[in-house]
Design a protein around this ligand. Sequence first.
Ligand SMILES: CC(C)(COP(=O)(O)OP(=O)(O)OC[C@H]1O[C@@H](n2cnc3c(N)ncnc32)[C@H](O)[C@@H]1OP(=O)(O)O)[C@@H](O)C(=O)NCCC(=O)NCCS
Length: 170
Amino acid sequence: MKETSRIKLVPVNESDAEFIFEMMQDKDYQKYYLERLIPKNLNETKNGIKKSVKEMKNKFSYYFIIKKGKTRIGIVEVYKIMQKDKRCSIGYGIKKEYWGKGYGTLACKLGVNFIKTKLKLHSIEAVTEPNNIASCKVLEKNGFEKIGIIKDYYLNKGKYVNRTLYWKII
Ligand SMILES: CC(C)(COP(=O)(O)OP(=O)(O)OC[C@H]1O[C@@H](n2cnc3c(N)ncnc32)[C@H](O)[C@@H]1OP(=O)(O)O)[C@@H](O)C(=O)NCCC(=O)NCCS
């Protein structure tokens, strides 16, 4: 059995705070990440989780922990859910010690499957920092089409930054 074959997506809860905080403190993990997505301390992480739990209850967005047995591997987010257009966005992150083993690709696949079977949406948007090769590959291996570069997509640390836009019709 492949190493990645037994991962699953579990809705986040407060007990996941230490894991998320620790995963996001890694400088390599932060390299292509927006500053606003990196919690400054454990308390901020817990508050973020509380907000995510509320949003899940209201079906506004979903935040999952990727688990292999009881071990936490990373996160998958489904957000910007637009029921009128049957569209959403997807994001993901894997703790550095598990990089390069196929977990990112498989977690994205599980996220796409959730969007298709549970949310029954039609299309998915994903944006990635143009130099984030691993993330681009995760999307391409999941059948996302590269649309192009959007200039000044985010304002990060006082500077506008570009993103590559990917698109998938489910
Ligand atoms: C992007 C990320 C999720 C990829 O996770 P992963 O588990 O390493 O992904 P996979 O193992 O499925 O690898 C996907 C592909 O990327 C390649 N890859 C992995 N790490 C790489 C790196 N640092 N540089 C270049 N390619 C890399 C793999 O070799 C694989 O390609 P292949 O199938 O052609 O060999 C992970 O690097 C991460 O969490 N980064 C920090 C958070 C982040 O940037 N999230 C994305 C925001 S858009």
